[in-house]
Write a protein that binds this ligand. Structure first.
Ligand code: SF4
Length: 232
């Protein structure tokens, strides 16, 4: 690569980094004022975090907020869940739908007791070998329970990053990979700040940049967003 091309490349990376820094700062500021006090945001207990994450797949926040404390009072720890009969787990899950999630959670609890001494693993590879744990849930447990600087791209986060940074990315594996890479670059290096960032970007996708409507007029990152700038 010639000198000119190298310097063009460096200034492109510098511009990208400065935009990502500004995006992060604006989002964190907004979340401090507007983030909701959801019950699973008050805990770092890996079991409780995992239960909330599994419930939040395909179920609305308001419904999960109702079932989450009930489920935890029926099965306060991973060992309680592992020892429970399938029928009891099903009963507590009734009303949340997609029962397969509860069956996976139950199988996971048993596996963790058997193979990991009852301690939910903290590394991506082991987490992903457990029943029902995909790329997102592994990242969510690592970030929300263990406060590791790990991206967690669910539907909300993916939508925000796509609209903000990659509006033309295809909806295929390569496009998804691009979004995960941006999520990783956006993440603060310190685990507790990464926890807040992951919660914040999820919240933006749930409250402002929703699937039904992009409310760019009230969005804190609009000046830095490819879609928001176009609309605004
Ligand atoms: S500016 Fe609009 S499109 Fe961009 S993140 Fe905000 S709400 Fe979404």
């Amino acid at each position: 690569m010639g000198r000119k091309a190298r310097s063009r490349d460096e200034s492109r990376v510098a511009r990208r980094e400065s935009r990502e820094r500004a995006f992060r700062a604006r989002l964190l500021r907004w979340f401090r004022r507007h983030g909701r006090d959801l019950p699973w945001r008050l805990t770092r207990d890996p079991y409780q975090v995992l239960v909330s994450e599994v419930m939040l797949q395909q179920t609305q926040v308001s419904r999960v907020a109702e079932y989450y404390p009930r489920f935890l009072s029926a099965f306060p720890t991973l060992r309680h869940l592992a020892q429970a009969p399938a029928r009891a787990v099903r009963e507590e899950w009734d009303g949340l739908g997609y029962y397969r999630r509860a069956a996976n959670l139950h199988a996971l609890a048993r596996r963790v007791v058997e193979d990991h001494d009852g301690i939910i693993p903290r590394d991506r590879q082991t987490l992903r070998s457990l029943p029902g744990i995909g790329r997102y849930t592994a990242g969510a447990v690592m970030s929300f329970a263990y406060e590791q600087a790990e991206p967690a791209v669910d539907t909300n986060v993916g939508r925000v990053i796509r609209r903000a940074f990659h509006p033309r990315a295809r909806k295929d594996a390569r496009g998804e990979q691009k979004i995960w890479e941006t999520a990783e670059r956006l993440l603060p290096a310190a685990g507790p700040r990464a926890w807040t960032f992951n919660q914040a970007i999820m919240e933006l996708g749930a409250l402002v940049c929703t699937s039904r409507e992009a409310r760019c007029g009230m969005c804190p990152v609009a000046p830095l967003c490819s879609t928001g700038r176009r609309i605004g």
